[in-house]
Design a binder for this molecule. Structure first.
Ligand code: GTP
Length: 315
């Protein structure tokens, strides 16, 4: 029995494509102005230099001008301004509806991704600056879940380092990062961007030592916000211990090799933790559906009283 199971597992492992053969999806998420698009451009250029041209997907319907050539561009499928006019929506409603319309064509996108999967090691996805539209919408969830079900997928959360140098904005940004991590459950990496302007050393220190963060807070005047943050930093301490971070500059290209080292670590987490958990979830769903069907069948059989093998009493 055991031998049979292990040979079946070995056969399954042999049939599954090797980890290295599968491309990696990198989804850039971040607050407006954090530098997602510039970082996409930098990563794109870096990968070209490494002779690993990525496949680039733009999921921001409202971006006016892209500094790189996108292989798939949401703007080719939906006209954001027309959507706003047609459905009488404001800018955010327009982006959300455009994303919803795009999600209805996701099977076609996945068809293209599958076709290109053997040609590119990395697939890069730029998302709208209105972060909540992507992270908390049904269409954003459908897109990330669909990508993650097929290929290793990593979320890169881009932070505007100079704008998070005050304890209050740092804490807000980290709480947002934490909520996205727990929402998507995907391997996650925080990229402290714009390190050409402000080094991310302060952030690393605050994450490693909450007393250092509390000392920084103590410099600010006493307020309800400060005491709230004092308690919150203890909560986030657990989140920081598991968090991958890297300092980068999309402007100068500083930190690109380190970014990809961390992405490799996140991909390993995808295979070692995310995928087995996903498979367990799928198995659990199948088991409970089967149990439900068996239960319904048992009830039906109980209701059908068969007498002497011929007559069926439905009463
Ligand atoms: N100094 C510096 N500026 C940067 C860096 N990355 C981006 N910027 C600047 O930050 C601004 C915003 O960059 P974008 O790439 O448009 O940011 P975004 O997150 O895509 O913005 P949205 O599309 O509005 O969400 C631009 O003026 C960029 O030139 C960086 O590493 N260093």
């Amino acid at each position: 029995m055991e031998e049979g199971a292990s040979s079946a597992a070995a056969a399954a492992a042999a049939a599954a494509p090797a980890r290295e053969a599968k491309p990696v999806n990198i989804i850039m998420i971040g607050m407006a102005g954090s530098g997602k698009t510039t970082l996409m451009q930098r990563v794109n250029a870096y990968l070209h230099e490494q002779k690993q041209a990525p496949y680039v997907v733009n999921l921001d319907p409202a971006v006016a001008k892209l500094p790189f050539q996108a292989n798939i561009d949401i703007r080719d499928t939906v006209d954001y301004k027309q959507v706003m006019a047609e459905y009488k929506l404001g800018p955010n409603g327009g982006i959300l509806t455009s994303l919803n319309l795009f999600a209805t064509k996701l099977d076609q996108v996945m068809g293209i991704v599958d076709k290109r999967a053997h040609e590119h090691k990395y697939f890069l996805y730029d998302t709208p600056g209105q972060i909540e539209i992507f992270t908390w919408s049904a269409s954003g969830t459908i897109i990330t879940n669909t990508l993650a079900a097929s290929y290793p997928t990593v979320v890169v959360y881009v932070v505007d380092t100079p704008r998070t140098a005050s304890p209050a904005t740092f804490m807000s940004n980290m709480m947002y990062a934490c909520s996205i991590l727990y929402k998507t459950q995907l391997p996650f990496l925080v990229a402290f961007n714009k390190t050409d302007v402000v080094d991310d050393g302060f952030a690393r220190e605050w994450m490693a030592d909450f007393e250092a963060f509390q000392r920084a807070l103590a410099g600010d005047e006493e307020s309800f916000m400060n005491s709230l943050m004092n308690s919150m930093c203890l909560v986030l301490d657990e989140f920081y211990t598991k968090l991958r971070t890297v300092g980068v500059s999309a402007m100068t290209g500083q930190g690109m090799p380190e970014l990809f080292e961390k992405i490799d670590g996140a991909v390993a987490e995808y295979y070692d933790e995310f995928l087995p958990a996903l498979e367990r979830q799928i198995q659990h769903k199948r088991d409970s559906e089967r149990a439900q069907k068996d239960d319904q069948l048992r009830r039906l059989m109980n209701d059908l009283t068969v007498t002497d093998g011929k007559e069926v009493n439905l009463g």
